[in-house]
Design a protein around this ligand. Structure first.
Ligand code: ZN
Length: 446
């Protein structure tokens, strides 16, 4: 087990979590220098991009050099490399594949999962931070039970829980597991649940009622219930409030690191000694054209660089994610930046000049009772469209009531977006088949 901090400390690693920002920036540059040398030497894709830009790691002597000279990488470049060179890792793996201890993948919601190679015990330099700092801060302590409700990335998480001194309890991310989760929660009284999204929360209401279980009792021992991947709709949030679930949002930061809400619930922290994160103008053509956006809480596109990853470090990875960033200190005492996810650049639909992202219609869909599971898809054949077309899932509605239901959904979305939508109603079950389980693509071409 790793060395544990004092049990009453709110920080896993107080020195690093509360480090003054100028010191943090110096530390970042030290780590950056090591990372770019490593990536240039071992990552074929990075080497190719840098050769094309006619730079080598020793050209990067300060932050200005970095932003001025280093080209962006993106998922398309990775996929192109993968297909052209027949390299499943898209040119970013820096190790002999035989050295890897696990290969995970992203969930593939957008149709093309990316492999996430892993090397236990040698994958990162420095002290363990991501998730350790976060879950310690949320109140997980040695001896606690910790419920894992996961799909495509179980392996690393299981070991991490044990490193915290806690005891993992494993569940599949599936509606059919909810009753077992509720019963085991009453039996073992776990303190953390990772991860439990809006669809699961909504489904819990009916499953708990049918099983005669009080969700307030089942969730009473939890200090944190972490959700990820999608924003939580108003309905799920109201249920969680009613049951006393202490919710924490969690997300991915440009495929380079992760971020979690802290107890202040005011944005998600990412650890800046693990990743260097930049905000740029989303319309930028390339790194020469990219204006940095440094203001706090201004909508920007996220570009991230791994600082401690020694398996597949991405350097200036342009994520397609629209975010807001705040680098002012948080009331929790940590000095590391906080982030808010807004949506994916590729998901934006422009209807008659009005920008609409899935997050903009979410609450409207859920506000209609028959659509309370919040299952919908924005149909986006291209970025600019004449009409906003939304496919919306429903339940418990007879054929004869569908016309009225369509009117309700149309009005709710029109009010939320200022755009009159064209609504296509589909039974929930049909939309869920588009999964991965219980998470559907929110934007589709057809
Ligand atoms: Zn905080």
């Amino acid at each position: 087990m790793t060395n544990l901090p004092a049990l009453d400390s709110p920080y896993w690693d107080a020195e690093y979590e509360t480090m003054a920002r100028d010191r943090l920036r110096d530390l970042q540059f030290e780590l950056l220098t090591e990372t770019i040398a490593f990536a240039y030497e071992h990552s074929a894709l990075t080497r190719e991009a840098w050769d094309e830009a006619r730079i080598v790691p020793t050209d990067i002597r300060d932050w200005h050099d970095f932003t001025d000279k280093v080209p962006f990488l993106d998922k398309d470049a990775q996929r192109r490399f993968r297909d052209e060179r027949n390299d499943p890792y898209g040119g970013v793996l820096c190790r002999d594949p035989a050295e890897l201890t696990a290969i995970n993948s992203t969930s593939g919601t957008t149709g093309d999962p990316t492999l996430v190679p892993e090397l236990w015990g040698g994958g990162f330099v420095g002290r363990p931070a991501i998730m350790y700092r976060d879950f310690w801060g949320m109140g997980v302590r040695p001896g606690d039970h910790f419920a894992l409700f996961l799909f495509t990335f179980r392996g690393p998480t299981y070991g991490f829980v044990q490193q915290l001194g806690a005891i993992p309890m494993l569940f599949d991310y599936d509606v059919s597991e909810i009753e077992r989760l509720l019963r085991r929660s009453i039996e073992y009284r776990p303190t953390a649940l990772y991860n439990f999204g809006g669809t699961m929360i909504n489904a819990t209401a009916e499953i708990a009622a049918a099983a005669g279980i009080d969700p307030r009792d089942a969730f009473s021992s939890y200090r944190s219930v972490v959700f990820a991947g999608e924003p939580l709709g108003a309905r799920a949030r109201a249920l969680a409030d009613e049951w006393g679930m202490p919710l924490f949002e969690h997300s991915n930061v440009g495929d380079v690191t992760a971020c979690f809400e802290c107890t202040a619930h005011d944005g998600m922290h990412f650890w800046e000694d693990m990743a260097y994160v930049e905000g740029i103008d989303p319309m930028a053509l390339d790194h020469h054209d990219a204006q940095p956006i440094t203001g706090n809480r201004v909508r920007c596109e996220l570009v991230a660089t791994a600082l401690t990853n020694r398996v597949a470090p991405l350097v200036r990875f342009r994520s397609d994610d629209l975010v807001e960033i705040d680098r002012t200190p948080c009331t929790c005492g940590r000095t590391h930046a906080r982030i808010w996810t807004i949506g994916r650049k590729g998901d934006e639909v422009v209807v008659d000049g009005v920008s609409v992202l899935p997050v903009d219609v979410w609450d409207a869909v859920e506000s209609v009772d028959a659509c309370r599971l919040g299952l919908f898809q924005v149909v986006r054949p291209q970025r600019a469209v004449d009409t906003l077309h939304v496919r919306v899932g429903y339940q418990d509605t007879p054929e004869s009531r569908l016309g009225a239901l369509r009117d309700d959904v149309t009005n709710a979305i029109a009010q939320a977006t200022g755009v009159e939508p064209n609504i296509e109603l589909v039974p929930n079950a049909a939309l869920l088949r588009l999964g991965p389980p219980h998470k559907i693509p929110r934007v589709t071409k057809r």
